[in-house]
Write a protein that binds this ligand. Structure first.
Ligand code: PMM
Length: 343
């Protein structure tokens, strides 16, 4: 993650950003693209029996709504409500059933003043969710359905264009790339043309590399390491790493088995910090409160880096070679020595 990837020019007012969580820097639906000088946090509410992480967590729309409101209270900028699992191998849900799962949750959250997005690939579900108060359509299909695009264009809604190949039945077999970063960027650029040709204004589109969608763990890491390549698309970037299997594979247990979903939260927050430092528009997470904290930490770090004062001079060492602690503090104080971009 070597360069800022958002198009935001503002900087936070001071270390830690402003008054998070739930403060006045949290914009409503019409303000989704207002520069905040920080990464937004999108909380996930999957009203599904079978999503890989939180599937089956909520028995009723009221429970899902309560969870969404708790995310909002914890400082989420958006809450993304989905009614169909997208995990590889998941079977498709009837659109009427998907709407039955999603719409009451969207309606309850919107009534409570929460900025809601709907995670769907279907025009009928998106229409019902927008009617119920959703302000953003999050389409993991990669703009596969012209009907959905026409609906989003007609409503003038902001739209997330996520990269994927195929569907949940065949996406794993399609995870074959020569150069995953440039192929994903090029494929998103091609789909962006389809989206705008369908009448969706380019300035309403968010792009997403689709971590875990038709990608191996190696592909995911390469994409995360080269998000700066996505700036050529000229659109804000949303990234969803939360609890995904590439984190489980990175952190196997003593038996070699991937770390289970429920124990991937700390690793998720490490990716949140990296993504915020890279300047993405938003991260999509199951656990909002630690993500909000991670974003605040990065805001403080970025603010300190952008202060006019030069980096502290290196102290002459007593023995010429220095000791470990001195070397470590010098490396972290010197912007040129860090791994992540200078602003
Ligand atoms: N990942 C999932 C579902 N929807 N939407 C976007 N834009 N980006 C993602 O990475 C993404 C998504 C799968 O995760 P989940 O089943 O926990 O929601």
């Amino acid at each position: 993650m070597s360069a800022p990837v958002s198009h935001e020019s503002e900087r936070p007012g001071g270390p830690g950003g402003s008054d998070r969580p739930g403060g006045s820097d949290r914009p409503g639906g019409s303000d989704l693209f207002r520069p905040l000088g920080r990464t937004r946090v999108m909380g996930i509410v999957n009203a599904t029996p079978d999503s890989f992480s939180d599937g089956g967590t909520y028995r009723t729309a009221e429970e899902a709504g309560r969870a969404g409101r708790a995310m909002w209270a914890a400082g989420a900028d958006l809450v993304d409500v989905g009614g169909e699992s997208t995990r590889p191998g998941a079977s498709r849900v009837d659109p009427a059933e998907e709407a039955r799962r999603v719409v009451p949750v969207v309606a309850e959250l919107a009534r409570a003043g929460v900025t809601v997005s709907v995670d769907t690939t279907r025009a009928s579900v998106a229409a019902a969710a927008l009617d119920a108060g959703a302000v953003l359509v999050n389409d993991v299909s990669g703009a596969a359905d012209p009907e959905l695009l026409a609906l989003v264009a007609e409503r003038g809604a902001p739209y997330v264009l996520m990269h994927s190949r195929g569907n949940s039945a065949d996406m794993n077999s399609r995870a074959v790339y020569r150069d995953v970063v440039h192929e994903v960027v090029d494929e998103l650029a091609a789909r962006l043309s389809v989206v705008t040709a369908a009448g969706i204004a380019a300035d309403k589109v968010v792009v997403d590399p689709g971590i875990g969608f038709a990608k191996t763990a190696t592909h995911n890491w390469r994409l995360l390491a080269h998000l700066d390549c996505f700036t050529e698309l000229g659109r804000p970037l949303l990234v969803g790493t939360s609890r995904k299997s590439f984190l489980g594979r990175l952190l196997p247990g003593a038996d070699g088995a991937p770390r289970p979903v429920e124990d991937r939260e700390d690793a998720t927050q490490a990716t949140t910090a990296l993504l915020a430092a890279a300047g993405v528009w938003a991260v999509r997470v199951h656990s909002v409160s630690p993500a909000v904290d991670a974003v605040r930490v990065v805001s403080a770090w970025r603010a300190a880096r952008s202060l006019a004062a030069p980096a502290p001079a290196r102290r002459p060492s007593q023995n010429g070679a220095g000791n470990g602690a001195a070397a470590a503090s010098t490396a972290s104080d010197n912007p040129a020595g860090g791994h992540v971009h200078a602003e």
